[in-house]
Write a protein of this length. Structure first.
Length: 380
């Protein structure tokens, strides 16, 4: 790993390489938000975005990112076409610069289009190599692993291995407001990206007529208020020596950046229980005062306000099992919207015939993933 030392406010700090994994299709939004945070050398790959920053930037990215799944610190990368190359490449990396003598270092990872396709074997090799490196550096025959956790993650893509430390701990999509869920919820990071791609910036009407557990509306409210999604939770790197300093300052910085205006955000669902859960989730997220919830049939959508933005995730067959019924629901919703001019409607669905069901051609379709389900984001 190339390390660059720079002077910042009379303090010498180390510039590091980070990786922000994301759902496929969200590389653009993740890259944009990292640039807005002031990160350097931002570059996207399939399913992840790399950038450079200092130790404090681990706090900034974790607390403020709406779209990334986690923030990884790159320790190094190298060619690994054999287990011997994987072991030696891992052993040569400066693990002692991050993991103390009592640190716990479990290993997770993945391999794709590589000679080393057995992930369990790769996990064992990486674990053994890191143990050998740390044991030699600390003069220990075995590593106690009784201290804080330093989760190691590896990726092997086309025989190139990259080794990381996970600064996030629990994934960033777990904001902490959604312990209660309805069937097949949408991930928080994807919901936030849908709102961003639709162009909602806190002005005008925003509606989700298939709100389910309320995730899209809650993410719209968090974004409109400018509230950092990670401000109320903790992260793994907060406990690491060398990474402890910046977290409170970033949280205070984020708090000062919040907006306090009146917003017109509406969320409804035909399922009264789902609406009740959505209200509870919004309260936990601290935005229940920004969202008006109601029980309503989306097929009778009738807001008479001159227009606005709809972002929604209607039920579809791969999620709930009945494709014909799901298409009927979308057809009824499309008919309702035809009588309401001025609305920009954005629908995420795995149904390739969504446009036919809705009753018109989308102006644009973006390819995204809801978990492992390949979807289209249909923008009408």
């Amino acid at each position: 790993m190339q390390q660059i030392f720079i002077l910042f406010e009379d303090r010498i700090i180390m510039e590091l390489t980070y990786c922000a994994p994301c759902l496929f299709g969200l590389e653009g939004p993740v890259g944009n938000e990292l640039r807005h945070m002031g990160m350097r050398d931002v570059r996207g790959e399939n399913g992840r975005v790399f950038f450079r920053g200092n130790e404090d930037d681990a706090a900034r990215a974790n607390i403020k990112s709406r779209f990334a799944e986690r923030i990884l610190l790159e320790v190094g990368r190298f060619h690994a076409g054999t287990f011997e190359e994987l072991f030696e490449g891992t052993r040569k990396l400066p693990w002692e610069g991050f993991i103390p003598r009592d640190g716990a270092f479990p290993v997770k990872g993945w391999s794709l289009e590589s000679a080393l396709h057995s992930v369990p074997d790769c996990q064992a090799i990486v674990k053994k190599a890191v143990s050998a490196r740390l044991g030699a550096q600390y003069g220990l025959n075995w590593m106690p692993e009784t201290g804080e956790t330093y989760q190691i993650r590896f990726s092997i893509l086309k025989d190139e291995a990259a080794l990381f430390l996970d600064t996030s701990g629990v994934g960033l999509h777990k904001r902490g407001y959604r312990p209660a869920q309805v069937t097949a919820p949408i991930r928080e990071t994807l919901a936030a990206a849908l709102v961003d791609i639709a162009g909602y910036r806190g002005r005008g009407d925003f509606c989700d007529p298939f709100c389910g557990s309320g995730t899209i509306a809650i993410e719209a409210a968090l974004a409109a208020r400018g509230r950092a999604p990670g401000a109320g939770r903790s992260f793994a790197a907060e406990k690491w020596p060398g990474f402890k300093a910046g977290w409170d300052a970033v949280r205070q910085e984020a708090k000062r950046g919040e907006f306090h205006r009146d917003y017109r955000i509406f969320a409804s669902d035909i399922d009264e229980k789902a609406v009740s859960i959505a209200r509870q989730n919004a309260k936990r997220a601290g935005v229940d005062d920004l969202i008006t919830f109601g029980t309503a049939d989306a097929g009778r959508f009738s807001r008479q306000t001159g227009g606005g933005i709809v972002v929604t995730n209607p039920p579809y067959g791969e999620r709930l099992g009945d494709l014909a019924d799901a298409r009927r629901v979308v057809r009824d919703f499309g008919r309702a919207m035809r009588d309401l001019p001025g609305w920009q409607v954005n629908i995420i669905s795995s149904d390739e015939e969504l446009e036919k069901s809705y009753g018109r051609r989308a102006k644009k379709v973006r390819r995204l993933y809801n978990g492992m389900i390949r979807c289209g984001y249909f923008m009408f």
